[in-house]
Write a protein that binds this ligand. Sequence first.
Ligand SMILES: [Zn+2]
Length: 216
Amino acid sequence: MTVHHHPPDELLAMFAAGTVDLGQHIAVATHLVGCAKCRAVVREMEHVGGAMLAGLSPTAMSDGALEAMERRLDETSLTSIPERRRGQAFRDVPGLPDFLDSYPDSPWRWIAPKVHLRPIRLPEPSATRVFLLKSSPGTRMIEHTHTGFEMTCVLSGSFVLAGGHFGPGDFDFGDGSVDHDVRINSTEDCICLVAMQGDLKLNGMIGRLLQPLIRM
Ligand SMILES: [Zn+2]
């Protein structure tokens, strides 16, 4: 698998620093499963971050700081990604991070002609929604804009976006300024993992008709 499109460095840095939410984490982790180059970048960033922490000169802790830190550690253990529990969820979808096995599975559901969606329900509240999107060959996704960002990881099949070809392993980061006009150009279904914040707004009359159907 040759990966041509990667997450922006800023996003990898946020992932390495642990400042992304769970939905964003899943999108970046999905890319890292198939991209040795970005795994190396993240490892390097984690190494640099650790070295910077190690180099900080010690300062006296304020009153209550230890208790506050212990409280945070407790909270972190409650909200951290669940350990792998030999689940079976999403096993039929290759290319996903192992930890998703233990998430509640859900069936594909029709959202538009030739397009099906399968939600990934997160075990904790997250501003970022995550779902799988399956499109049949030849599908032209309705032109749309979104108010927040959208991360797309290609798991199988391929699509063309703004003249660029996106195949398995590729990652697209779109923000509100982007008008996506996506065309599926593989002979098999194209399955993507999508992490999205904000609202999706479909353009044109057909888009307005379909808009109520794609609410999640
Ligand atoms: Zn990469």
